[in-house]
Design a protein around this ligand. Structure first.
Ligand code: CP3
Length: 343
């Protein structure tokens, strides 16, 4: 039996205390992250500098007793590896060259070529798998095809993913071909992370909630299932966490439909509801509101312990419902961990 609690929870074991990690645990709320990013120059240079990316991945583990490290990278490196231009505007977010036509698709690089760009990321994984403490699990990740497509089509983050919905409605062949290309690239990218030492992979579908009805099945569930099926055929022992954010009722049955070992849930659903409807199918991860990490106090402790107690009768990995924000107080992370372990 492995001593890695995350792997035990992902295998379906109910633990006395849930393992803990935090989305965006390496990030701007930590002064040491900001200093290393400064040293790297900018965010993308940090992602592609294997030594510094490994360093920022390890920073939160020096401060906090987390059970997992998540590779420091970004979901938008796949579009870049496929040939899209990518840059980040400070205070605003990512910008990309857009793809909305067959000619745009044709100009993308073939999937086999992504590793030329992504090799430094695999090197970060290799460094981490050497340097992490034995009890810490290394999580690799990628964006889900729909979420990545929303950025590739709009060229930036959008409130309602309107441009992606429009392309899906107006030029289904181009939209579908783009989804296929991202899916194939994601399978190769995650496979390479696993070969380099990732022990778990997570698929982030941040905008899954904007897909309704049959579209959710076709563009959130199916591509995730395709990726998981391919990975399980190659690496049967590697667990997968799926995060179809704001899935709501669609969280029910998501693990069964896709083959995911764990469904990560955001904070729009209650832990009690998750215990009743999602956890019966296997491990769940979530779902403290990130704003508690800014506001702290009794509410942070009470809400953390309510979640732990609600999910204590099944496999659970404690996490936030979304990433920790730059205005969070680092001391609140310590309080959260203490609250989990004393619940
Ligand atoms: O969780 C981790 O610590 C691992 C690293 C990680 C990052 N991004 C680093 C990052 C992971 C897993 C991601 C995933 C990601 N990236 C998602 C899916 C999860 C989610 O948040 O919904 C998305 C949609 C992106 C795309 C992205 N990257 C956006 C929209 C932005 C700008 C918004 C923001 O928070 O600044 C980023 C930048 C980004 N990715 C930062 C970090 C630490 C901040 C960059 C900085 O240092 O300025």
């Amino acid at each position: 039996m492995t001593e890695k609690t995350i792997l035990r929870a992902l295998a379906g074991e109910t633990l006395d205390t849930p393992p803990i990690w935090m989305m965006r645990q390496a990030g701007r709320y930590l002064p040491e992250y900001r200093a290393t990013r400064e040293k790297a120059g900018d965010f993308l240079s940090l992602c592609y500098n294997s030594e510094l990316a490994a360093e920022v991945t390890l920073q939160p583990l020096r401060r906090y007793d987390f059970d997992a490290a998540i590779l420091f990278a970004d979901i938008l490196l796949i579009p870049q590896a496929l040939g899209a231009d990518l840059w980040f505007v400070t205070g605003e977010g990512p910008r990309l060259s857009t793809i909305t036509t067959q000619a745009g698709l044709d100009a993308l690089k073939p999937v086999e070529d992504i590793h030329e760009t992504l090799n430094p990321i695999y090197e970060t994984v290799r460094i981490l798998s050497r340097e992490l403490p034995r009890e810490t699990t290394l999580i690799g990740f990628a964006g889900a095809p729909w979420t990545v497509a929303t950025y590739m089509i709009a060229g930036q983050g959008t409130k309602d993913q309107g441009p992606a919905h429009a392309l899906k409605a107006e030029n289904r062949p181009v939209f579908d071909a783009l989804m296929q290309r991202i899916t194939a690239a994601t399978i190769e990218y995650l496979s390479a992370q696993i070969e380099a030492g990732a022990e778990v992979v997570k698929i982030f579908d941040s905008w899954a909630g904007s897909l309704s009805g049959a579209d959710f099945d076709t563009y959130a569930m199916q591509p995730t299932k395709e990726i998981i099926t391919a990975l399980k055929a190659r690496y049967p022992g590697i667990p997968v966490i799926a995060f179809p954010r704001e899935g709501g009722d669609k969280y029910i049955g998501f693990a069964k439909a896709t083959g995911a070992d764990c469904v990560a849930v955001d904070d729009s659903v209650s832990a009690e509801w998750v215990a009743a409807h999602v956890q019966p199918d296997g491990c769940v991860q979530g779902n403290l509101k990130s704003s508690h990490m800014v506001t702290g106090g009794h509410a942070l402790v009470d809400e953390t312990q309510r979640i732990v107690r609600a999910l204590k009768n099944g496999p659970h990995i404690f996490n936030l419902g979304h990433g920790i924000t730059p205005d969070a107080d680092p001391d609140n992370v310590t309080r959260m961990i203490e609250a989990v372990r004393s619940a």
